[in-house]
Write a protein of this length. Sequence first.
Length: 136
Amino acid sequence: MTQVQRGTASTAWATGLLLFAGLWMVLIGFFHAVQGLSALIDDERYVIGTSYVFKFNLSTWGWIHLVLGVVVFLVGLCLLLGQRWARAAALVLVVLSAVANFVWLPYEPVWAIVLLALDAAIIWALATAPADYGDA
């Protein structure tokens, strides 16, 4: 008689969610790093109005995006490798990524909205994967 394994679907679901989150974190980290490098290399590229509250020097924004991108990329890799600590770190970093993209809206509105949507999808994937499932 054939036995049916219980829990296989939930394990596959959890693996899929964490794989989704990890892969997108790697890509978003890369996107942030490229954004940061472009702001550092050509600080005349972005122009916004004079009364924006979060108007930093473009070099400052470049360093923010570059550092955030590298850290998000590395934690995304650790999430893909199944590191248990990476899930909590990923949630914190993706929230920081969303905040950075929100205040970056006046500089590149369409791209910032795309990254905000991806950040929201990653937060959903990390939050809905079973809590006791640690290995990707």
